[in-house]
Ligand binder design. Sequence first.
Ligand code: SF4
Ligand code: SF4
Length: 158
Amino acid sequence: MQDTTVLPIWKTITKSLVESLFGKRACKMYPVQEPVFFERTRGRIEIESSKCIVCTLCAKKCPAGAIVVDKEKNTWQIDRFRCILCNACMEICKPDALTMVNQYAGPVVSNQIESVPVTPPKRKKKPEAPPSATEKAEAAPPAEEKLEAPEPTEGENG
Ligand code: SF4
Ligand code: SF4
């Protein structure tokens, strides 16, 4: 007696095999064929260093710990192997220093942490408030004590 369950499986496998070998390609011939990037493709995060104010919010918000901001050295670093392209850093950046570029980062053979020097704007000094009456009084020099003339002794008057 013939097994009726095996035959349809072989039919399906043979059909898939023939389609794969002679049918239309399902994948793109990258890098021979240029990939198409859409406007909202999440390719890679880039920074406009002149806009960065070194606030460190992006590093705090990054769920993958891919960003390190050094306030002392004024550098912004990204570990692209850690980045999961979630967009969180870009959304939190108030001065719009970060953008999601719709092109992927180039291929690398080892992990390289990109370090970008940033030039944070110098903070303006607040104008000093005029001193209050109490401060003025405290700052004033102490009033000179009156020097009393020494009383004349008997011998001096004769
Ligand atoms: S896109 Fe997401 S994972 Fe990548 S650096 Fe920004 S916050 Fe981190
Ligand atoms: S890139 Fe934006 S969020 Fe990150 S430190 Fe610079 S200003 Fe702050």
